[in-house]
Design a protein around this ligand. Structure first.
Ligand SMILES: [Zn+2]
Length: 381
């Protein structure tokens, strides 16, 4: 007896090379069968005819320490509107406040929340208008040992270390070096924010190692990765060659259509699409993961690539092979999407608009083998 069967959807599962019509069955929180027409009884079924079924979407860069930090947004709300089943918090909390994030938010919400631990002890504490104080501007707050100690207390939740580097957020490049030290000791990836210089893109990308993640990779100038002739800078190419992961992290100020178009024209597809959703980006320009995915759709990226960038890509980046795909035995998370037709306007972080004719919309989410937001349409069959 299955718990749920999704019937007749267009399954797009890039990690397993699946792209066709079929059913998916869930049991005990996991994917139990996938293929053409699945026989056998099920407690519930949902018809997905005419819709796309993807592995549960993973937003690799979100800020969901809701009410505990000034930039946090509600994880369940964000997940529902974006179709995400896993949200990875990108360093809202540092070692000093992670226990509260766990107890008051992560353990109480219905969304799967994982986290990068900020190398700065208080996490992102001074973010907003009119106050903007970078958590890595004072090196007394930046401590590898405390980061390692607390990360080891929460190995089920912490998937990496986060650092923000830029002229108004960090004391130069030094916090990145300390964060790298912590990440290597933990054998976890480091996610680095790149902001306004200094430090330069060359200095930042040059320090990143295999498996580390550079977020805000499509940022507008300054520190955009494009040369004047439109080519991608050598530091990006060298970093990719040694296995650095390139993440979108749209946010309020970190995504430019001009940069993204040039990167795509040069064949440099980001490895992961993420929203950097927070209090100052959730009402635009980022909105959420799904809107960010729709921007890439209207820049000409194929649907299977976009699905990979928001499922298998982020799962690999955080070392979670049980997420981001729909093979038997994987965690039973899936997202059912529609592609709406019409005239839609998208805006980047510096006010450029792109008009497109398609956008993604969420039809349903399956979290741990159960329909999360939608009504079950039929009883057991
Ligand atoms: Zn962020």
């Amino acid at each position: 007896m299955y718990d749920l069967i999704l019937r007749n959807g267009h399954i797009i599962d890039p990690r397993n090379g699946r792209d066709g019509i079929g059913d998916i069955a869930f049991r005990d929180g996991k994917v139990a069968a996938v293929g053409g027409k699945i026989a056998g009884a099920s407690r519930a079924t949902k018809d997905a005819t005419g819709r796309i079924v993807t592995p549960g979407l993973i937003d690799l860069h979100a800020h969901v320490y809701n009410l505990g930090t000034s930039l946090g947004v509600d994880p369940d709300h964000v997940a529902r509107i974006s179709g995400a089943t896993t949200l990875v918090d990108a360093g809202s909390a540092g070692a000093g406040i992670f226990a509260g994030f766990r107890r008051h938010v992560i353990e109480r919400c219905r969304t799967r929340v994982l986290a990068f631990l900020n190398i700065s002890h208080p996490g992102i504490f001074g973010f907003g208008a009119p106050i903007n104080v970078g958590e890595c501007q004072d090196m007394r707050l930046v401590h590898a040992g405390e980061c390692v100690r607390v990360a080891r207390e929460h190995p089920d939740l912490i998937v990496g270390v986060k650092v923000r580097i830029g002229d108004n957020v960090s004391a130069g490049i030094r916090p990145l070096e300390v964060a790298l030290e912590a990440a290597r000791e933990l054998k976890l990836p480091l996610m680095t924010h790149i902001g306004r210089p200094p430090p330069s893109i060359e200095a930042i990308a040059g320090l990143m190692q295999t498996g580390d993640i550079l977020t805000h990779c499509c940022r507008p100038a300054p520190n955009a990765p494009m040369l004047t002739d439109g080519a991608v800078c050598g530091e990006y190419l060298a970093a990719r060659a040694r296995g650095v992961v390139f993440d979108v992290g749209h946010g309020a100020g970190s995504f430019g259509f001009q940069t993204a178009r040039a990167m795509l024209a040069a064949g440099f597809l980001p490895d992961t699409i993420s929203s950097d959703v927070h209090q100052a980006s959730i009402r635009g320009p980022a909105y959420n993961l799904l809107v960010t995915m729709s921007k890439f759709l209207n820049l000409g990226v194929g649907i299977a690539d976009i699905v990979r960038q928001s499922t298998a890509g982020p799962a690999a980046a955080i070392g979670r092979p049980d997420l981001g795909h729909l093979d038997v035995g994987a965690i039973g998370d899936a997202t059912v999407l529609d592609i709406e037709s019409g005239t839609f306007t998208f805006t980047d972080a510096i006010g450029e608009t792109v008009t497109g004719e398609r956008q993604f919309a969420v039809a349903a989410r399956i979290v741990g083998g159960t329909l999360a937001d939608d009504h079950v349409e039929a009883a057991a069959d």
